[in-house]
Design a protein around this ligand. Sequence first.
Ligand code: UN1
Length: 508
Amino acid sequence: MKEILAQLGISSQNKGTSTGNHWLAGSGSELESFSPVDGQLIATVQPTDDASYNNVVNTALEAYTTWRTFPAPKRGEIVRQIGDALRANKTNLGKLVSYEMGKSLQEGYGEVQEMIDICDFAVGLSRQLYGLTMHSERPLHRMYEQWHPLGITGIISAFNFPVAVWSWNSALAWVCGNVCIWKPSEKTPLCAIAVQHIVAEVFKKNDVPEGVCCLVQGGRDLGEKLAADERVALVSATGSTRMGKAVAQTVAARLGRSLLELGGNNAIIISEHADLGIALPGAVFGAVGTAGQRCTTTRRLIIHESVYEAFTQKLVKAYGQLRIGNPLDEHNHVGPLIDKDAVTQYLNAIENCKQQGGRFVVEGAVLEGSGYESGCYVKPCIAEVNSQLPVVTQETFAPILYLLKYKTLDEAIALQNAVPQGLSSAIMTLNLREAEQFLSYAGSDCGIANVNIGTSGAEIGGAFGGEKETGGGRESGSDAWKAYMRRQTNTINYSTQLPLAQGIKFDL
Ligand code: UN1
């Protein structure tokens, strides 16, 4: 790992603030990045202080006046080169993601692949930032709309996707003509430093001024500072609902823009008409992949009573085959949780579930012994619950799966929707009527609704995000780019008269 860190530009002590290629000193107590894989201190990072924060924002504002003059397809060409640089660094960066965050190596590579894919998407998008033209009601007038950049996009990202979620935001923000300031999770500061080196080099090659890709590092205070800063036009925040509510209120108080991608509590409905051969791997990967730390993780299975027993047995058997251990060993399915706080939350949820009447068919536990020294490895577990207990309505970022039984599809959909979050959802069925009902206005209330696919692993081409406490934002594909731009309606009079709209006469 030492060699990989060196190749990615990471030393044992790092500056955490950057305007591109330029790194600024910070002050205050250093952020320490421990690997949940082995509990080792990987490196330290100097947090961003007030002076370096202001330096970054001023440099970004200055850079914006130049960056917005680059034609969008030219900006796209530079993002294409970032995609290529990520291809060249995929192995190293994937390994660092796996080591610093703890997800399996396959998923680490997959995360870098998502970055490459969004770059490709953004390249095409750079020639498709379309506005509409309208027919004016006035003679010899032309009416149309254009999309302009916003300025600074602040990106607050979470530990669980330490690099991909940033790239969904930045690749789009850049082709749209914005400059970016990234505040990564304080739990994964090194992944961000590695990415900053890769991206800044591409910008430098293309004579892009300092300030288009900026990095600041710190905890909650720094996120609040970005949210409160009037110079930051858009704050895109991914993380807990608690964090999102704080960001949303601060940004709204200054009438700024926010884009929120917050908690999920995702369910799969397993119908009597399901292909259980698909449903099983879909449910298991959804529940235990990334050790239950995706916002799209499957947290609830709502199973038809006629297949409940058989499916539960299959699940229990499959859980018995899971290999939990070092995520860098590709033989393992499940790595550690991010830190010991997460382990405490996992244990608390299990305890609460038991107290509230849940019955575990696969027991949870914290693993001990050789290979588990970090204290962050836990056993994925499954609880049967008769109703949606309070603990079931909360998002616990851990591999705890709750099983619920249903009789009618209406009942299943009502259960699926009866949580505060609304990110991802799925139904496993081969029955067309059931599938269509689930996707209809009377079906799932989530931003993502799938048929015969689990809840996690969304592709970048679709808009990503959800409703209710998930925050309502949409990132990544489709027309999510519109959140990074401002719309301007233009009416041009090329006649010799001044006809007023709505037929109003105003004769002087
Ligand atoms: C997240 O957990 O914040 O759909 C993002 C998925 C991934 C992204 C998850 N493509 O599971």
